[in-house]
Design a protein around this ligand. Structure first.
Ligand SMILES: NC(=O)C1=CN([C@@H]2O[C@H](COP(=O)(O)OP(=O)(O)OC[C@H]3O[C@@H](n4cnc5c(N)ncnc54)[C@H](OP(=O)(O)O)[C@@H]3O)[C@@H](O)[C@H]2O)C=CC1
Ligand SMILES: N[C@@H](CC=O)C(=O)O
Length: 326
């Protein structure tokens, strides 16, 4: 059997997935004992020039994607809609879904997870949060026995990159943002990054995972990094501190609460040394105590890596289940 893959979106992430499925083709095939075939790629603009062979169907019509067999849909488009509609369509078609789209998943994740269960398929969302750093599966594993008291994290690579460039290289905000866009870290609309919405969505996904619930969105304090001036950065440096954009998620009186805001951190804070595009989560648990996970938080190949890890995970799990019934 060949695993048939459809990729929705062929920007930074979608292209990274395509490339990685080719560069790591033999390795992945060996791990799965099955070949993988990319059957179609969905895009928005059919006139853009893309370096793709004729054998792959490139379409702007989601129905064309499902006119052929599809075992898994890798979703890397932008925004809630039509992504939610497409992912729902994929689940109802009986395909597994792997998404990088945190805006869509923060809004509809709980419903999609239920729908996937009903249709006996799986949703992977490792790439929605902290880019290539495997935080979702690690937290899921910790939750087998631990309870999470709180999570503090740097979850937006673009903001952290900008603050680091301003601190270490005295770059202006505008120059640093431009570099983050050129490196493929920033969202299509970078105000999502610098105004904190991207970190907000990731915090909601983490809350859902850790507490099976999200805070009331209207009660979440949300501030981006636009207010941090070069003078603020210099003052913090003199005081031996650094500005970081920090998401905090915690359980208070049995309900999840969150805030997303710039904070001045001391040298002894676990997030103080997280620089550049790195993301990190400092997690407090009841049994394990404190644990910090860190790694690349954005970019083409780290994000593709997270999506393909999910792909291997779901098909290896499927194989194991099949083997049990033989
Ligand atoms: N960049 C990163 O480091 C990371 C991004 N993500 C998430 O991954 C997703 C993709 O990000 P990224 O690759 O950077 O974004 P890009 O803007 O680079 O690419 C988006 C792609 O989606 C396609 N697209 C957009 N809207 C539609 C639509 N309505 N129908 C069909 N195709 C559509 C675009 O088509 P066309 O090419 O025709 O314009 C493009 O190929 C986003 O949800 C983002 O939040 C997650 C982790 C890291
Ligand atoms: N724009 C996002 C991309 C990854 O999620 C970021 O900068 O973190």
């Amino acid at each position: 059997m060949t695993i048939k893959v459809a990729i929705l979106g062929f920007g930074t992430v979608g292209e990274g997935v395509w490339e990685t499925l080719h560069t790591h083709h033999e390795y992945i095939q060996k791990k799965l004992s099955t070949p993988i075939e990319i059957t179609s790629i969905l895009v928005k603009d059919s006139n853009k020039k893309r370096n793709l062979p004729d054998s792959v169907q490139v379409t702007t019509d989601i129905e064309e994607v499902f006119q052929q067999p599809v075992d898994v849909v890798l979703e890397a488009i932008v925004g809630k809609q039509p992504a939610y509609q497409y992912v729902t369509r994929a689940i109802e078609h009986g395909a597994h879904v792997i998404t990088a789209n945190k805006e869509m998943f923060a809004h509809y994740g709980p419903h999609l997870l239920e729908l996937a269960k009903e249709h006996n398929v799986w949703i992977g969302y490792e790439a929605t949060t902290a880019g290539g750093t495997p935080v979702i599966r690690t937290i899921d594993q910790m939750l087998q026995v631990n309870q999470i008291k709180s999570i503090q994290g740097i979850v937006n690579g673009t903001s952290n990159y900008i603050l680091t460039q301003m601190t270490k290289h005295q770059n202006s905000f505008e120059d640093a943002l431009l570099a983050a866009q050129q490196k493929g870290y920033a969202e299509a609309d970078p105000s999502n990054d610098v105004d904190g919405y991207d970190a907000f969505y990731k915090a909601m996904i983490l809350s859902q995972l850790a507490y099976q619930d999200q805070p009331n969105w209207d009660e979440v304090y949300l501030e981006g990094i636009r207010t941090i001036s070069s003078q603020d950065i210099d003052k913090a440096t003199i005081q031996g501190q650094k500005w970081k954009h920090v998401a905090t998620i915690e359980l208070r009186h049995g309900a999840p609460r969150a805030s997303i805001q710039p904070m001045q951190l001391n040298e002894d804070h676990p997030l103080y040394n997280i620089d550049g595009v790195e993301n990190a989560l400092s997690i407090q648990t009841d049994l394990l105590g404190s644990i910090t996970l860190s790694g690349p938080g954005a970019g083409k190949l780290p994000t593709a890596s997270a999506m393909i890890e999910d792909l291997l995970y779901v098909f290896q799990k499927e194989r194991q289940q099949e083997a049990q019934y033989v």
